[in-house]
Write a new protein. Structure first.
Length: 707
């Protein structure tokens, strides 16, 4: 920015806004960062922060900047396979991650079979991923919190961006509704991917269709220097069918209003009220006699109020309350049209109220030692109307052991769970550039995802805790060493962790999860343990920048439910479906000049566990398979490298439109990474197959403009 000077006469505390003008430097720029040493000086550990500028440099499939794909390159974060929805953090399942988009909860964060994330990079400001020292204000999940923040619209002038790629187009516009008072940013994306499915050599997909769209809105209104209002809206929809009449669709709908009030220069409050909805549907109308619609939705209304009070240099106190009311419709199977003979089958709705109070204090004992102590007390009420099945005491929960049921009226509290959650972290500086950190967390999760797949799918069902299904409980202890080199140009860290899980939901063999009126008969409680070590080397500035990460992690489960009715792996620990011991990621960016840069992405990971058939035996004249214990084998290891060249247009100061190109190749080596291995019977013989999502290299070209 250009230099500016003011002559001030101070009478009392107050706020003074100084407007500055942009300065275009023709020489090397100097970046002044408030977070240059945050990795060594803050008490937070297991936290990764990325700006959208960094995210947009990472090459991804089809050239679309993707928040989730970059998150997967961070240490301790994995996925179950290529183009998978969701992610796994430090041995946790995908549903144990709280994904927030400007404070709205996103239940399915992906588009188009997982090829794209639900977040339009042009409206994203940055991301924060909390893996161990999770702040007191967050709760409801065991593994992590991914907080994606939105940009505020430009309050000075109108502008925007647009882009076109092989599968998607996007447009964003921002500007002042009232200059220096009210601003707006609006972004939208859509796809035209049908041509790709029709161009596949496999005729099974020649008549397939797949499309999605999303839209984002954020309005910022400054009422006065102490009060600001934010309005956020998000809408997304996916719809596809694969060479048949059956159509799948799912959508997110989110909206909230946030009020920030500054009491004085020591205290402020942020209060948010909002609504989230996620739903999916499967339908078929080709045969009028069998025409049907299968649907599920989850609705939640929430209120959060967070306070920050800084009485002096030694203390930063945070406290607040939040409450979320859930209403789930676990499934309905309905006829479509007057000719349909489909019998209506609807699982009763569920309701629940999750509430929490929290208090935390970050205390600077001295210049070397800082402690963050917090306590969060959470409570969950399972609320009627609901029918609860009663089982024979001491016998496994099965349909045959149901003795009767109890019907609870609307608004009746059926079951209450509550527990304190401890949040503790500490930092001790051994020098100006190095520190040790320690953290310990306990967490509760009252909502569960029921899925027969290893990654999030559009037909997954969410279930609230009830008298039979207890909340998941977790605790984690972490220790880390952080050190910066060459004035913070290089950031390094090493973290070790150990976590335990209790009442984690796993599934009986052959479990039926869809339209199940007594789901507790097909699930059982398991306990788990996870441990690992994570290393990160990051170069933050210079022509060459990026990071290299390595993580060794293990996750094991053990059935300990006396009412399960079956044993898994003879009662011993077995690897979780997302247990991948070794993970290596390299992200590198090299700037040849202001206009030309090269980006490289290299990924390696151990193959995930699977259950394989060990032998074939004859049963009633037909071959049958004898399977191994659960998850005792693995699919082949995963390796992929990507490369892209980024070309900016000319850097003339006075021009209405700035453009840029991104040209690259995804899966440069054309490796056929296995997503899964499966076996089927063909002509009386059992044959095994390997499924690959991307079995070849994929070139891409993306064009973007900014005005």
């Amino acid at each position: 920015m250009k230099d500016t000077k003011r002559q001030l006469l101070m009478h009392s505390d107050g706020k003074l806004d100084i407007e500055m003008q942009e300065y275009i430097a023709s020489l090397k720029t100097v970046v002044v960062s408030a977070e240059k040493t945050s990795n060594t000086k803050s008490t937070q550990m297991g936290v990764n922060k990325l700006s959208i500028k960094v995210i947009k440099k990472v090459p991804v499939v089809f050239g679309e900047a993707d928040v989730l794909k970059v998150v997967l390159s961070l240490p301790g974060v994995t996925s179950t396979g290529e183009a998978s929805n969701g992610f796994n953090v430090r041995g946790g399942s995908a549903d144990q991650n709280l994904i927030l988009f400007s404070d709205a909860t996103i239940y399915n964060p992906s588009h188009l079979f997982g090829f794209f994330s639900a977040f339009n990079a042009d409206v994203v400001k940055g991301i924060e991923l909390y893996k161990s020292a999770i702040p007191e204000k967050y709760g409801g999940r065991l593994s992590s919190v991914l907080d994606v923040s939105m940009l505020d619209g430009n309050s000075k002038k109108w502008g925007g961006t647009a882009g076109i790629g092989p599968l998607t187009s996007k447009f964003t516009i921002e500007g002042p509704i009232k200059k220096d008072k009210t601003s707006i940013i609006l972004g939208a994306r859509t796809t035209y991917s049908d041509w790709l499915l029709r161009s596949l050599n496999n005729s099974d997909y020649s008549n397939s269709k797949a499309n999605f769209y999303d839209a984002n809105l954020r309005i910022t209104h400054i009422i006065n220097p102490k009060n600001t209002l934010y309005v956020m809206g998000y809408l997304s929809s996916d719809k596809f069918n694969l060479n048949n009449d059956t159509t799948y669709q799912y959508s997110n709908k989110n909206a909230n209003i946030k009020w920030k009030h500054i009491f004085n220069n020591k205290a402020y409050n942020v209060t948010t009220i909002g609504y989230d909805r996620y739903e999916y549907g499967v339908s078929s109308v080709q045969n009028p006699v069998n025409a049907f619609k299968l649907g599920f939705n989850i609705n939640q209304t929430y209120l959060r109020s967070d306070f920050i009070y800084t009485p002096g240099n030694k203390h930063t106190i945070s406290y607040g309350i939040n409450s979320t009311f859930y209403k789930l419709h676990p499934g309905s199977f309905e006829p479509i049209g007057p000719k349909s003979l489909v019998v209506n089958n609807t699982v009763a709705a569920e309701q629940g109220l999750e509430s929490a109070l929290y208090l935390g204090d970050q205390y600077a004992v001295n210049s070397n030692l800082t402690i963050n102590m917090g306590l969060r007390y959470s409570m969950f009420n399972d609320i009627g109307p609901q029918k609860v099945y009663n089982y024979v005491p001491g016998l496994p929960r099965e349909q045959s052991s149901i003795v009767d049921s109890t019907q609870y009226s609307s608004g009746k509290v059926i079951k209450t769970y509550s527990a304190p959650e401890i949040r503790f972290s500490a930092r001790y500086a051994v020098s100006d550039n190095a520190s040790f950190k320690l953290s310990y967390n306990t967490l509760q999760q009252y909502i569960h995802m029921l899925s027969n797949t290893v990654s999030i799918s559009p037909t997954d069902i969410w279930k609230l805790s009830d008298p039979h299904i207890k909340p998941q409980q977790g605790q984690q202890i972490s220790l880390g060493y952080y050190r910066n080199f060459k004035s913070g140009m290089f950031e390094t860290s090493i973290e070790v962790y150990y976590k335990t899980l209790k009442d984690y939901l796993d599934y009986k063999s052959g479990a039926n999860l869809v339209l199940n009126h007594h789901i507790e008969t097909d699930v059982f409680s398991a306990k788990g343990k996870a441990y690992g070590i994570e290393l990160l080397i990051k170069k933050t500035s210079g022509r060459l920048n990026g990071w290299l990460s390595y993580a060794f992690s293990r996750t094991f489960l053990k059935q300990d439910d006396p009412l399960a009715g079956e044993t898994v792996n003879k009662g011993d620990y077995y690897p979780a479906s997302f247990d991948k011991p070794h993970n290596v990621n390299f992200i590198g960016n090299y700037s040849f000049s202001h206009r030309y840069s090269l980006s490289v992405n290299v990924v390696y990971s151990t193959g995930r566990p699977i259950t394989l058939p060990l032998a074939i035996f004859n049963l009633g004249g037909s071959p049958s398979l004898y399977y191994s214990e659960r998850n005792q084998y693995r699919i082949p290891d995963y390796f992929r490298s990507d490369i892209s060249i980024n070309i900016d247009g000319n850097h003339k100061i006075k021009q209405k439109i700035h453009n840029s190109w991104s040209v690259g190749v995804y899966n440069l080596t054309g490796r056929q990474n296995a997503y899964s291995v499966y076996f089927i019977e063909e002509n009386g013989k059992i044959k095994g197959y390997q499924l690959s999502i991307f079995g070849t290299l994929i070139p891409f070209v993306t064009y973007n403009i900014r005005f």
